[in-house]
Design a protein around this ligand. Structure first.
Ligand code: FAD
Length: 517
């Protein structure tokens, strides 16, 4: 990738800043339309918000209640397209809304029917009202005191960074050049003040590159205002950052294949308890914050709030010592014009495309589920602005890298789809490389080697946080895996003991943030 960057003399059609769901989505769209596209990510793909979601590909039941029908319909359609194009990474999940009051079954029953209706031909399964017995059968760990029944509906679930890595591979398969650890430092401008390139740095070598481009796209999520100020130092803030936390527990807290959806928490939000990679994930919160950062910390009240709410719905209430990991993400919510101090849960979840007087395109907001539609919209704008050929967008039916329609047969390697064969091939001569590296996690040595060779993993954190999800599932287990992961990576990358020591120290310091005392 670096050689390609260094070799290119002609301007790129598009340079995309930011390697989260939004930026990588734009890179796929642009590359699959035949444009020359370069994507630059300051840290690792998914280091920002895109690794920290609730892991749902969903229409958003909450937005339905807010009356944002078009957002729900769009998301439901994208949900259907994503399952069609990436069945190895997006699957159906049953969600049950437990009912403890007489009015809840008809109320949520009707709401979910509307949700089914809006999905139309992209539906995932019919919602249904359940008796108390059926509800307990499907959710044996549910708090049964006062339970009247439930409503089951269907949505999608995924592994956010695994999808992102497969998306980056899809963009690369279509000719895009993508680099991680390559921050954009400046946006270059022509004599008329029009953005015509960027200056970026390869973090590992320290080498700087001046890159020219017809169009520059800012897809930096919560950091979008900082990048906008590279062309317009007076730019007013667009982003109202809001953080959300998730707590991860053992699977035994939710011994079920279905998730629990709590439609109204005490602060009027939605809370989910979902089965994920053999664990239980519970979240999320919505707390306005002042400044975005890569490793935000959970507030004590957020942890207490999730524990208290979970205790109302789970027969065995989880406590602080049951928390295996806590992860925090920042929503890049777009402020309303002239916005004062609006509650962030009421701010728009739609995406926004903003073009400044230097022609910098900024795309922010939206959600993981709608990345494809956001990318289509953004590239359409880029085509007009850059006077590029008007090529139609092919991504509605574009299969994502690793497409595999029966992932269940791949066992623990299901998240790799067709690439699972490559992971297994690494262990052909030594089947021990497929053995779990830790008793609490399924990850094996062959996956580490695969991540370094084929998925641009450069640090222990890349492997333990985003190529595998060890850090998000069990922070203590991830800490204990760090030394062996560093050794394996050093062998692959040709680094010595100093690199290993440094990596282990860095990772162990970072992982402290995912532990709760
Ligand atoms: C708690 C929470 C739960 C969520 N749950 C869901 C869910 O279940 N389903 C769903 O559909 N959506 C969900 N979302 C929303 C979804 O996660 C986000 O909309 C999406 O991840 C935003 O992606 P992004 O690419 O815009 O931002 P990011 O993922 O933050 O990517 C921006 C990237 O830009 C990079 N960058 C910044 N500055 C520079 C620079 N100068 N040079 C190069 N790169 C730079 C950053 O390093 C970062 O990687 C959730 C969000 C949160 C916070």
């Amino acid at each position: 990738m670096l050689d390609r960057l260094a070799a290119r003399q002609a301007p790129w059609d598009m340079v995309v800043i930011g390697g989260g769901a939004t930026g990588v989505g734009v890179a796929i769209d642009a590359a699959s339309r035949g444009f020359a596209v370069l994507l630059l990510e300051a840290q690792d793909f998914g280091k920002g918000t895109s690794s920290r979601s609730t892991k749902l590909i969903h229409g958003g039941v909450r937005y339905l209640e807010q009356g944002n029908i078009s957002l729900v319909m769009e998301a439901l359609k994208e949900r259907g397209l994503l399952r069609q194009n990436a069945p190895h990474l997006v699957h159906d999940l049953a969600f049950i809304v437990p009912n403890y009051s007489w009015w809840e079954a008809p109320f949520y029953g009707i709401g979910m029917k509307v949700y089914d209706l809006l999905a139309g031909k992209y539906g995932f399964g019919r919602s249904r009202i359940l008796s108390a017995e059926e509800t307990i059968e499907r959710l044996p760990n549910l708090q049964t005191d006062g339970l009247r029944g439930g409503v089951v509906y269907y949505d999608g679930q995924f592994d956010d960074t695994r999808l992102l890595i497969h998306m980056a591979a899809t963009a690369a398969d279509h000719g895009a050049t993508l680099l991680n650890y390559a921050p954009v430092l400046e946006i270059a401008r022509d004599e008329d003040g029009f953005a015509n390139g960027v200056v970026c740095r390869d973090q590992e070598s320290g080498r700087q590159f001046s890159v020219s481009a017809r169009v520059v796209i800012n897809a930096t999520g919560m950091f979008a205002d900082k990048v906008r100020r590279m062309t317009d130092p007076q730019a007013k803030k667009m982003i109202a950052p809001s953080q959300g936390i998730h707590l991860v527990f053992e699977r035994s807290f939710l011994r079920a294949d279905a998730a629990i959806m709590v439609p109204h928490t005490s602060d009027g939000r939605v809370l989910f308890a979902i089965p994920w990679h053999g664990h239980t994930v519970v979240g999320t919160t919505d707390t306005p914050i002042q400044e975005p950062s890569y490793e935000p910390l959970p507030f004590e009240e957020e942890i207490d709030f999730i524990l208290d709410t979970a205790a109302r719905f789970l027969s065995r209430p989880p406590t602080r010592k049951d928390i295996l990991s806590v992860y925090v993400g920042i929503r890049p919510l777009v402020k309303a014009e002239g916005d004062g101090g609006e509650k962030t849960s009421a701010l728009s979840r739609d995406h926004t495309i903003h073009i400044d007087s230097a022609g910098l395109i900024t795309i922010v907001g939206g959600k993981w589920t709608t990345y494809r539609h956001m990318a289509e919209d953004c590239v359409n704008h880029a085509i007009t602005l850059g006077r590029l050929d008007d090529v139609a967008c092919p991504t509605r039916s574009l299969k994502l890298h690793g497409y595999y329609d029966s992932p269940d047969e791949l066992g623990d390697l299901w998240v790799y789809g067709a690439d699972a064969a490559g992971v297994k091939a690494i262990a052909a001569a030594d089947p021990a490389l497929l053995a779990p590296m830790h008793p609490s996690l399924t990850y094996c040595t062959a996956e580490i080697i695969w991540a370094v060779r084929h998925e641009m993993a450069r640090t222990v954190e890349d492997v333990l946080a985003r190529r595998t999800r060890a850090l998000f599932l069990n922070a203590a287990a991830a800490i204990s895996l760090a030394p062996s992961v560093a050794e394996i990576m050093a062998r692959e990358l040709g680094y010595g003991q100093a690199w290993v020591d440094h990596q282990v120290k860095d990772f162990q310091a970072l992982a402290q943030h995912y532990l709760v005392q």
